[in-house]
Design a protein around this ligand. Structure first.
Ligand code: DP6
Length: 332
């Protein structure tokens, strides 16, 4: 085993959302999803084996992890240890530049970087597909951050064995024409979210009468999204992404009790996006498990879009992201 490895990964934003699991242990989703990996907010994670230690140590942004955060990382390392046939405990250091828990998918970059670093430290030689499957076990959306640019995460085979389902559920790059897209990220509230996406997803699947119809329509959205990406049609890409996201939030609003991540500031930003479109600027919004808004637009329009969004959400912070790279090992 290498004993020590450092990896970096970037967050991704889903244009076709992952919402709902059919197997919580294996993290198998109910729907296919499609995302763009960003060039901002990287997570850098170092794993080194500590053969003498009796337990794992996990340090996130300089603070020792405990509770649920620690439990998730240890469970993930257990999986890697089992595959590698190496029992050693590890020390994990992770520096995350994403505002944690604010719906900017810090778990995606976090578990993608951890998968790459832990696999290398424990001596597993995995290709990108296998790393994507592994990252999925930490957090579903992390499967997509293994790849740069646009990636689709397959829900995988539904019939047959658990092993077949596990093998078939991974991300892969999606062919796209030159869109030159930007994603304007409006952080309207960087505080931690009220309900974790894990709990919210479960509640939505279990209680929302709108969940099934959304999951069905999401299949059509994916087919249309692939065509729009191939055609380089940013208007179509944006329209499909926006309706898919609003539909996902509708499923949550109909859950019992309701899950609502959208805040007044979110809606104000959505209004500004509508005004941009009325003024002829193609700009489309998507929201995840938090109040922040990500606006897809052409890179050439990004400054104008950022300005409009900034005016709409004073006190928030706005930054412009572009497609970013997949997860990778750092040398040394
Ligand atoms: C709304 O990947 O964080 O961002 O698999 O339970 O860790 P777990 O969930 P997570 O969920 C992300 C949900 C989303 C949509 C998306 O990224 O596709």
């Amino acid at each position: 085993t290498a004993g020590c490895a450092t990896a970096v990964a970037h967050p991704n934003i889903a244009l076709i959302k992952y919402w709902g699991k059919r197997d919580e242990h294996l993290v198998l989703p109910r729907v296919d999803s499609l995302s763009m990996t960003l060039d901002v907010f990287p997570t850098t994670t170092r794993v080194h084996l500590a053969p003498e230690a009796g337990h794992d140590t996990v340090v996130l942004d300089g603070r020792q992890a405990e509770g649920e955060a620690l439990r998730r990382v240890v469970a993930f390392l257990d999986l890697v240890r089992e595959r590698a046939g190496v029992a050693d405990r590890a020390v994990v250091h992770s520096e995350n530049t994403v505002p944690t828990g604010a719906g900017l998918a810090s778990s995606a970059s976090g578990f993608a970087a951890l998968a790459v670093a832990a696999a290398a430290a424990y001596g597993l030689d995995l290709d990108a597909t296998a790393l994507s499957r592994l990252a999925r076990r930490g957090s579903g959306s992390a499967s997509r951050s293994i790849f740069g640019g646009f990636a689709v995460w397959h829900a995988g085979l539904d019939a047959g064995s658990a092993a077949a389902a596990d093998l078939s559920s991974h991300a892969e790059p999606v062919p796209a024409a030159d869109l030159d897209p930007a994603l304007v990220v409006a952080v309207v509230d960087a505080g931690p979210k009220a309900v974790s996406s894990r709990v919210a997803m479960r509640r939505t699947v279990d209680t929302s009468p709108l969940y099934e119809p959304w999951a069905v329509s999401s299949k059509d959205d994916l087919v249309e999204m692939r065509a729009a990406l191939l055609a380089g049609d940013i208007e179509a890409v944006g329209e499909i992404a926006e309706r898919n996201a609003l539909g996902m939030h509708a499923t949550m609003l109909a859950a019992r009790p309701a899950v609502r991540y959208l805040s007044p500031a979110t809606l104000t930003v959505l209004d500004s996006v509508l005004r941009l479109r009325r003024d002829g600027v193609p700009a489309y919004a998507t929201m995840d498990a938090g109040p922040n808004v990500k606006v897809l637009c052409r890179r050439a329009d990004a400054d104008r879009v950022a300005e409009a969004v900034r005016d709409a959400a004073p006190g928030g912070s706005v930054l412009v992201a572009a497609p970013g790279p997949g997860a990778r090992l750092l040398r040394g």
